[in-house]
Design a binder for this molecule. Structure first.
Ligand code: RET
Length: 246
């Protein structure tokens, strides 16, 4: 098992801070000249995702947002600031995708509701003091994630008939990225410090979450904002007759 001195994981938190800041600046630069109101929604939402994460990473890198939890005679170092970040950024990611897919408002409310419950139950699990109870919360949170992904796939399929070919193709790419990346989070959690097995030490866990966070936020945003033409088609279809989504 990889040994590392306590606190050495901060290198990954600094890389996360820089990566999120660069991602945010890139999205701002890309959205600078965009005047179309419908297109601007995507920039506004997507810019706040790495912006929020940059704040959270900077806080964690400078020693804020870390707490010690005693679990069965062992002291675990838990970065709770992640959950504050995820509570804000994961709904924004889902709204981004749902707007692209022209999903209904009720779909968006359902996705965001499940998502908030998933993060909150994950946080309770991370702070619980009995190993068995921690695992139960992990199970609840993971079940919510699986249900969320099921609702996401169903509703995007339903909305597909309203989309142009290129919007549908971009929606599918982003949906698949989201499914693969998001499913990795509960795996890292249970294998890492939070799962109490500490199969992977905090140093490796922090690196893993950083790579996942950067890909799921900056990578996702990059793919979404890459094509002005596709976003333009969403705006176009929205205002077309018969395309009312609610
Ligand atoms: C940018 C951050 C993202 C995309 C974070 C996503 C986080 C999750 C999908 C977290 C899920 C969790 C579980 C399903 C169970 C254990 C606790 C969590 C919060 C790690």
């Amino acid at each position: 098992m990889l040994q590392a001195t306590p606190g050495s994981e901060s290198i990954w938190l600094w890389i996360g801070t820089i990566g999120m800041t660069l991602g945010m600046l890139y999205f701002i630069a890309r959205g600078w000249g965009v005047t179309d109101k419908e297109q601007q929604r995507f920039y506004v939402l997507t810019i706040f995702i790495p912006a929020t994460a940059a704040v959270s990473y900077f806080a964690m890198a400078t020693g804020f947002g870390l707490t010690e939890i005693d679990v069965a005679g062992e002291t675990l170092s838990i970065y709770w600031a992640r959950y504050a970040d995820w509570l804000i950024t994961t709904p924004l990611l889902l709204i981004d995708l749902a707007l692209l897919a022209q999903a209904s408002r009720n779909t968006i409310y359902t996705l965001v509701g499940l998502d908030v419950l998933m993060i909150v139950t994950g946080l309770i699990g991370a702070l619980a003091q009995t190993p068995a109870i921690r695992i139960v919360w992990w199970g609840v949170s993971t079940a919510l994630l699986v249900f969320l992904l099921y609702v996401l796939v169903q509703s995007l399929n339903e909305a597909a008939s309203r989309q142009t070919e290129s919007v549908r193709s971009l929606t599918t790419t982003l949906r698949n990225m989201l499914i693969v990346l998001w499913l990795a989070y509960p795996v890292v959690w249970i294998l890492g410090t939070e799962g109490t097995i500490e199969f992977i030490p905090l140093y490796v866990e922090t690196a893993a979450f950083m790579v996942l966070d950067l890909t799921a936020k900056v990578g996702f945003g990059y793919v979404l904002l890459r094509s002005h033409n596709v976003l333009d088609e969403v705006a176009h279809v929205d205002s077309a007759p018969g395309a009312a989504v609610d």
